[in-house]
Design a protein around this ligand. Structure first.
Ligand SMILES: NC(=O)c1ccc[n+]([C@@H]2O[C@H](COP(=O)([O-])OP(=O)(O)OC[C@H]3O[C@@H](n4cnc5c(N)ncnc54)[C@H](O)[C@@H]3O)[C@@H](O)[C@H]2O)c1
Length: 251
């Protein structure tokens, strides 16, 4: 019997949805019947996505910088007014930063990586949780990384920020565990998206060499995992991380 994940009558926010993994997640949710607010700080790329997606479901695009609390709060209001109550939040937006030895990071760069990856995830979650609590339902899915579990050498700000996203997922999941708001995260290995522009070709090869399956994870594969975590069928699992590393991670 064919099965599918039914997310009809739900409304989602996907951050960092103008390209890469976030766009794949938004497309997967739209295909599952969800109304989607696609957020990104890149207004030009969002406009192109709006044109490309035209007619494929119920969605809006919203230029938002997730490090700006006032902008995030206002964007949630707009999304709810246009699409309905937010039931699903996918905290996907993230940046990599430079490949440098830890002692060579400048503090401003280190802080910027944390501002997007950690503060952004916190601010978007903070903006939707009170209404989710009032309505008694929610699914929050954070996109972390294998780097947050293993630590990628010469990429310590990113690795530490993703470890923070994992810990935030666990803490928030436990805080909300007596409600119907579930909080989980996924930890992918390397995917072939624009974020790799931070890396040297040697570093990308090094990361791929760690993956027993010997290939990039596809954004669609990550989106499929997110779709289940965002659904009613994920009903008794919270505060967990889900591995999607082609056999790289063993714990
Ligand atoms: N590509 C990989 O190898 C890989 C592996 C594991 C985890 N991840 C994670 O997956 C997520 C998506 O990565 P991707 O590979 O699709 O990257 P990407 O660079 O292709 O896309 C990221 C998107 O986030 C947006 N963004 C960045 N800062 C923002 C901000 N402050 N406010 C709003 N939007 C912002 C960018 O404009 C961009 O459109 C990230 O959290 C990343 O860390 C990626």
């Amino acid at each position: 019997m064919a099965t599918h994940i039914d997310l009809a009558d739900r409304t989602a926010i996907v951050t960092g949805a103008a390209r890469g993994i976030g766009l794949a997640i938004a497309q997967r949710l739209l295909a599952s019947g969800t109304s989607v607010a696609l957020w990104d700080r890149d207004a030009t790329a969002l406009a192109a996505v709006e044109t490309a997606l035209g007619g494929t479901g119920r969605f809006i695009v919203q230029p938002v910088d997730i490090t700006d609390e006032a902008a995030v709060t206002q964007a949630v209001r707009t999304a709810e007014a246009k699409l309905g109550p937010i039931a699903i939040l996918v905290n996907n937006a993230g940046i990599g930063g430079p490949v440098v030895q830890t002692w060579e990071y400048d503090l401003a760069t280190w802080r910027q990586i944390f501002a997007v990856n950690v503060d952004g995830t916190f601010l978007c979650s903070k903006a939707v949780i009170p209404a989710m609590r009032a309505r008694g339902y929610g699914r929050i899915v954070n996109i972390a990384s294998i780097a947050g579990k293993n630590g990628t050498p010469n990429f310590s700000a990113y690795s530490a920020s993703k470890a923070a996203v994992i810990a935030l997922t666990k803490a928030l999941g436990r805080e909300l565990a007596d409600t119907e708001i579930l909080v989980n995260c996924v930890c992918p290995s390397v995917a072939d998206t624009e974020i790799l522009q931070s890396f040297t070709p040697e570093k990308v090869k090094w990361m791929l060499d760690q993956v027993p399956k010997g290939r990039f994870v596809k954004p669609d594969e990550i989106a499929a995992m997110v779709a289940w975590l965002a659904s009613d069928e994920c009903s008794f699992t919270t505060g967990q991380l889900f591995d999607i590393t082609g056999g790289r991670s063993v714990y």
